[in-house]
Design a protein around this ligand. Structure first.
Ligand code: SF4
Length: 363
């Protein structure tokens, strides 16, 4: 764990200490960097991996004689990866270091047996000799937190991402980690949004919190268990962590973990205080297999209404998700609720559209 604001130097110092060069099988090995480009958003908004983490890692790898480095990622359903790539400033990193980027939304894929669950995974990352997973430590309005395990959802095709939601997210995330293995995890804990996967409320530092840190971890289960505890949750609040542990992916026992601090934070607190805002807003919703982009937009819309004092009290909860396809009901958001009396089409609809719809139509 390292704190500070010179992110490139911090990454290099951390990787030196972890000595990942000694694990990489030869100078020609293909090393894949897998950041989080969930949506087209500047990393300062708390959703996407900072480009400095890529830059620091590439400098470290090149200084150790590795040349075959590729960045790979796909954005969530509803965002074109190319837009997210530019919004996060990765185009400059690729140009400066002459490193290619592979958009996994365009990659081929094949099906794997992931401990009894069939999952399609993109071909390119599965050929990597060494994969460095670079998630953002942040909140998620469906899974509570997201970090190492869930970041690997970026290496499956879009259709499979949708299917994950119909399977309840937790179980497929755990099973995916059986086959889609990361070799090392570099966590961007700089300013992640502690409520929303898509950012907008970055938390960098205040009276009680210092983020501005980078974590290096080998075990994705331990990583996510540590993240839970850092955010004030129990590991059992995030079911996919225990599920992955039971599948033999890693250990959630943080009491047995050795944490090596390369320096100390300037604010002496490593526990974040959660607002519970998402939980409160979610009481207005009735999700069934909702995609993250769709549900996140709805929560954002409700949040804006709450901030403006227009949320009020309502008779009906808002239905959302693939579980409502072909079903009738009072009010729903997204194409999947097109048979409802009142419905907003779009797949996914934008938060601004949802807000306008709810302000007009929600009884
Ligand atoms: S409308 Fe349905 S399929 Fe489309 S994003 Fe929303 S939940 Fe997913």
């Amino acid at each position: 764990m390292i704190h500070g604001t010179d992110y490139i130097s911090m990454v290099k110092e951390l990787l030196e200490k972890a000595d990942i060069a000694s694990e990489i099988p030869g100078p020609d090995a293909e090393i894949v960097l897998k950041p989080n480009l969930v949506t087209d958003s500047d990393p300062s908004r708390g959703a996407t991996t900072h480009p400095e983490l890529l830059a620091g890692t590439i400098e470290y790898l090149k200084e150790h004689g590795f040349r075959n480095i590729v960045i790979m990622e796909s954005s969530w359903v509803g965002c074109v990866t190319e837009y997210a790539f530019k919004a996060a400033g990765y185009d400059s990193v690729c140009r400066k270091y002459d490193v290619p980027f592979v958009d996994l939304q365009k990659d081929s894929s094949r099906e794997y047996d992931c401990a009894g669950m069939k999952i399609r995974i993109c071909d390119r990352p599965m050929k990597a000799d060494y994969l460095i997973n670079m998630p953002v430590l942040k909140g998620h309005c469906q899974t509570t937190v997201t970090c190492a395990l869930k970041n690997l959802k970026g290496i499956i095709p879009n259709a499979e991402k949708r299917r994950f939601h119909t399977l309840g997210l937790h179980k497929p995330i755990a099973h995916l980690s059986v086959k889609a293995k990361d070799s090392f995890i570099l966590v961007d804990n700089i300013c992640g949004d502690l409520d929303f996967e898509e950012g907008g409320n970055p938390v960098q530092m205040d009276r009680i919190v210092q983020m501005d840190r980078i974590l290096g971890v080998w075990d994705p289960v331990l990583c996510d268990a540590f993240v839970c505890e850092s955010m004030g949750y129990e590991v059992d609040d995030v079911p996919y962590i225990r599920m992955a542990e039971k599948l033999g992916v890693g250990s959630a026992d943080t009491s047995g973990a050795e944490i090596l601090r390369l320096n100390e934070p300037s604010v002496k607190s490593s526990r974040f205080r959660m607002t519970g805002r998402v939980k409160r807003l979610a009481q207005n919703t009735d999700p069934q297999d909702a995609c993250s982009a769709c549900y996140g937009s709805l929560i954002h819309a409700l949040n804006r209404m709450s901030e403006d004092g227009t949320l009020g009290k309502h008779r009906n909860r808002i239905a959302i998700g693939q579980g409502y396809k072909g079903k009738s009901g009072e009010i729903g958001v997204g194409q999947c609720t097109s048979c409802f009396k009142k419905t907003l089409k779009g797949c996914p609809p934008k938060a601004s559209e949802i807000r306008a719809f709810l302000e007009d139509e929600w009884d």
